[in-house]
Design a protein around this ligand. Structure first.
Ligand SMILES: Nc1nc2c(c(=O)[nH]1)N(C=O)[C@@H](CNc1ccc(C(=O)N[C@@H](CCC(=O)O)C(=O)O)cc1)CN2
Ligand SMILES: Nc1ncnc2c1ncn2[C@@H]1O[C@H](COP(=O)(O)OP(=O)(O)OP(=O)(O)O)[C@@H](O)[C@H]1O
Length: 197
């Protein structure tokens, strides 16, 4: 009998590679004006959602990921932003408070993260970087399962994915451990994908 889970993992990996390539090229080829305005300010409904949360999980962009920290400056100044943190490659991902002026250091997965002395927090809203998405809340990430495991352990936290519009596909192959997004923000629109917003 064919191993369906191995097949699904393989399908996801193929899609991940294709979409990483697309993300990198799209981001590298943006014209100057689009680069300046994309993700510059949250659309009004999102600003309202951000205002309703005292702790907001964001990320320090790498590769072709949209840089959302400028858009979050207001909430950063109010001390409401937290960033993912890994103690090592085995430990689970957590979030730590981060303010402008605080250091960002290279974590075990080569992404930038707050230092070990920044305080831990459990954000009520998480803005997570995507490799791919669909309009039903399907999400594909870097393949580590870090966000999937975090979402499973913190189901009440709202989940908003961040992506360039070219990262959309019809349907992301879904595994039993995948947890759907509540919304996706692209440079073009805020797509509500769940019934919690
Ligand atoms: N900016 C950012 N921060 C983040 C993540 C992320 O995706 N982006 N993470 C998400 O989980 C966590 C870090 N974990 C990660 C786990 C694996 C890879 C990874 O496999 N990277 C690829 C390179 C990706 C590319 O070329 O675009 C690699 O090393 O081969 C990256 C991050 C938390 N912080
Ligand atoms: N809640 C969970 N408990 C245990 N394993 C999990 C859980 N969620 C995901 N995984 C495992 O993690 C691995 C990667 O999952 P997946 O391919 O969905 O990653 P991803 O969604 O692209 O990555 P990420 O969640 O870091 O953005 C898979 O082997 C998956 O079975």
């Amino acid at each position: 009998m064919p191993d369906l889970s191995a097949d699904l993992a393989q399908q996801k990996q193929k899609l991940r590679e294709k979409l990483r390539f697309r993300r990198r090229h799209f981001a590298a080829n943006l014209d100057e004006m689009t680069r300046r305005i994309a993700f510059r300010a949250p659309p009004a409904p999102l600003a309202g959602i951000l205002n309703a949360h005292n702790s907001i999980g964001a990320y320090a962009a790498c590769g072709g990921e949209p840089d959302i920290l400028p858009m979050l400056a207001l909430w950063t100044d109010e001390g409401r932003i937290a960033l993912p943190h890994h103690a090592d490659r085995i430990d689970t991902m957590t979030f730590r408070h981060w303010q402008s002026g605080d250091a960002l250091v290279k974590g075990p997965w080569s992404t930038s993260q707050p230092t070990d002395t920044n305080e831990s927090t459990s954000p009520g809203l998480i803005l997570c970087p995507l490799v791919g998405f669909d309009r039903h809340g399907g999400r594909i990430g870097q393949g580590g399962g870090h966000y999937d495991r975090y979402f499973a352990a913190h189901p009440a936290a709202l989940r908003i994915g961040i992506a360039w519009s070219v990262q959309e596909v019809d349907t992301v192959p879904s595994e039993s451990t995948d947890i759907a997004l509540d919304a996706v923000l692209t440079e073009q629109e805020l797509i509500i994908t769940g019934d919690r917003l």
